[in-house]
Write a new protein. Structure first.
Length: 370
């Protein structure tokens, strides 16, 4: 999903103020450069790139600039040529509209058409002023050049700090989610509404939660690869940050699998859930026994994402997993338990790559000493 998600990892008042100041300065510089050049008395197209291109993701600015410039060039050429050969408005307007729509999708990316083609074509068609097409090209080029060249110089973001802050935010959010699931399980497996709300949550928030680690990892990889137009070097990235980002991205998949299955298992009327007792009836002991397993797994993951030692909670989580399997052999909980088991495997791999000895799973003896 690299390159598909461009979101700010941490939104602070200071960050929003810097973004607004960067936008205002780039728009003002573009405006007054065009006034000095004499392209027009109101060079609005020069200020538009600052509004439409400047985003939190500094790596997207060059690509968005080229896309906008290509859309303006194609829109100007398209409308100018059609107006030259087709002068009757009854035919020229439908042709401009049709060709502009076609160019918008041909120059766009999947799910993101280049709307600038159609917008520019219609603006040139509607503005019957000599020299307007050339002036729009010039002003757009000035605005894009200012954004791409000047924008990164104005309070450039620190990608390592953004990735670290995003990882901390994800760790906190996942900890709260798993704590809510643990509390619901301890209250009893018949509390379907509470458990389902803790496991699933609001769909938009849940989707953003699981996407956060990969977005942070993409920012780190692009910064380490030197593909940023300009970045502020504040020293080496924090030790172990790369491995913790990989762990977060990997466990986001396994925990999403677990929470989705748990939600379906406890949803009233859900086909994945075994027959439940009455609302006031006895608790389901097998499902309720997941509570300590979820809590210890959450502790191990939290310690691993903080960079602390997590070998002991990982060992306890594996022991609890094995104990649950032995205590409830007739239950069909393998699918539900798989998400946690895969999380334990990811934690073990992270421990191994970190150079520490990996604790052996409790269902097989430890290796003999060398």
């Amino acid at each position: 999903m690299s390159g598909l998600v461009a979101v700010p990892y941490v939104s602070t008042p200071g960050g929003r103020l810097r973004s607004a100041a960067r936008l205002a300065l780039c728009a003002a510089v573009s405006w007054y450069l065009c006034l000095w050049w004499g392209t027009s008395t109101a060079p609005v197209p020069a200020a538009l790139p600052a509004v439409l291109i400047l985003r939190e993701d500094v790596y997207a600015w060059p690509r968005l600039g080229w896309e906008r410039l290509a859309g303006v060039v194609v829109g100007v050429v398209l409308s100018t040529v059609l107006l030259h050969w087709v002068t009757d408005p009854a035919w020229s307007f439908p042709l401009v509209l049709l060709c502009g729509c076609a160019g918008m999708y041909l120059l766009g990316r999947p799910g993101s058409p280049n709307q600038q083609v159609l917008i520019t074509a219609l603006m040139v068609y509607a503005t019957a002023v000599p020299g307007y097409p050339l002036a729009r090209l010039e002003e757009t080029l000035v605005g894009i050049a200012v954004v791409v060249l000047l924008g990164p110089l104005l309070w450039p973001p620190d990608p390592y700090r953004s990735a670290t802050a995003g990882l901390d935010g994800y760790r906190t959010a996942v900890g709260e989610l798993l704590a809510g699931i643990t509390g619901a399980l301890e209250r009893g497996a018949t509390a379907h509404e509470a458990l389902g709300a803790a496991a699933a949550g609001a769909l938009p928030e849940r989707a953003r939660l699981w996407l956060r680690p990969q977005a942070c990892r993409d920012a780190f990889d692009r910064a380490s690869g030197g593909r940023a137009p300009l970045r502020r070097r504040t020293g080496r990235p924090p030790e172990g940050l790369d491995g913790r980002l990989v762990l977060a991205a990997r466990t986001a998949l396994t925990l999403q699998y677990f929470t989705e299955e748990l939600y379906e298992r406890t949803r009233p009327g859900g086909s994945a859930r075994p027959a439940a007792p009455a609302a006031d009836g006895p608790h389901d002991p097998a499902l309720q026994a997941f509570a300590p397993l979820v809590r210890v797994t959450a502790d191990a993951l939290d310690a691993a994402l903080r960079g602390s030692d997590f070998a002991e909670p990982l060992d306890r989580a594996r022991a609890l997993d094995l104990a649950h399997r032995k205590a409830h052999p007739s239950r069909h909980d393998a699918v539900l338990r798989a998400g946690l088991h895969l999380t334990h495997e990811a934690l073990a791999d992270h421990l191994r790559l970190g150079g520490a000895p990996v604790p052996a799973p409790p269902d097989r003896p430890p290796p003999p000493p060398a």
